[in-house]
Design a protein around this ligand. Structure first.
Ligand SMILES: [Zn+2]
Ligand SMILES: [Zn+2]
Length: 209
């Protein structure tokens, strides 16, 4: 069992946007309300008690963010995490299609021709990194998908292609397994949520949270 001091719990709640009335280690009125609001929004029940279920939930949530922003994933949103988050947000905010090195926006259009392109640049940025790593042409098989096209290609109903958070790519002259071993590294680094090799092809699916 992992414990979390009240102070650390407050740090995490504040980091996630809750008002605890300060980080003083005391369970005052505002901290109680923050705990309650957090619990309700995460489906943990209406209570002011930070039980093990809640501690596990908030720790996992913070670790997920820390992995994404490149902070030490210790489950407590301290100064390093706050600084890394600011850095990350700034980078994301300044990143536009002009900064994409290897792809044109149109390469991610829905392939049915409907014109949809809701691509999230965070995943495009990772595709750029993959393209850089292999140093060879990278072909986009699928980016954005409208629900009709998603259905027609057999995509699952909650596919991340629908929200522009997934890309299917292959690299010319590189086997699917070689590509996959790299994209799996990116998953382990927290840069991608998930990746898999698309059957009977050298293409992989990559997606983000
Ligand atoms: Zn479409
Ligand atoms: Zn896919």
């Amino acid at each position: 069992m992992l414990v979390m001091t009240m102070k650390r719990l407050q740090m995490n709640l504040v980091f996630l946007g809750y008002d605890t009335g300060g980080i003083d280690g005391k369970k005052g009125v505002k901290t109680k309300k923050a705990i309650r609001d957090y619990r309700i929004s995460r489906g943990l029940g209406d209570s002011e008690i930070a039980d093990q279920k809640m501690i596990d939930c908030i720790r996992a949530e913070i670790i997920e963010i820390q992995k994404k922003i490149g902070a030490n994933p210790d489950g407590v949103a301290g100064n390093e995490t706050i600084a890394k988050k600011e850095e990350y947000d700034k980078k994301v905010k300044n990143y536009g299609w002009d900064n994409v090195k290897h792809f044109k926006k149109s390469e991610f259009n829905c392939k049915c021709g409907c014109g949809l392109n809701n691509m999230n640049l965070n995943v495009v940025q990772i595709a750029d990194q993959i393209r850089d790593y292999f140093g060879k042409p990278c072909i986009v098989n699928s980016g954005s998908r409208c629900s009709k096209h998603n259905k027609s290609v057999g995509g699952v109903s909650n596919s991340r292609h629908l929200s522009g958070k997934a890309i299917d790519i292959y690299i010319q002259g590189i086997s699917g397994n070689t590509l996959l071993s790299y994209t799996k590294q990116l998953v382990n680094q927290g840069k991608l949520r998930y990746t898999y090799l698309i059957s009977n092809s050298n293409a992989v699916h990559i997606d983000i949270l």
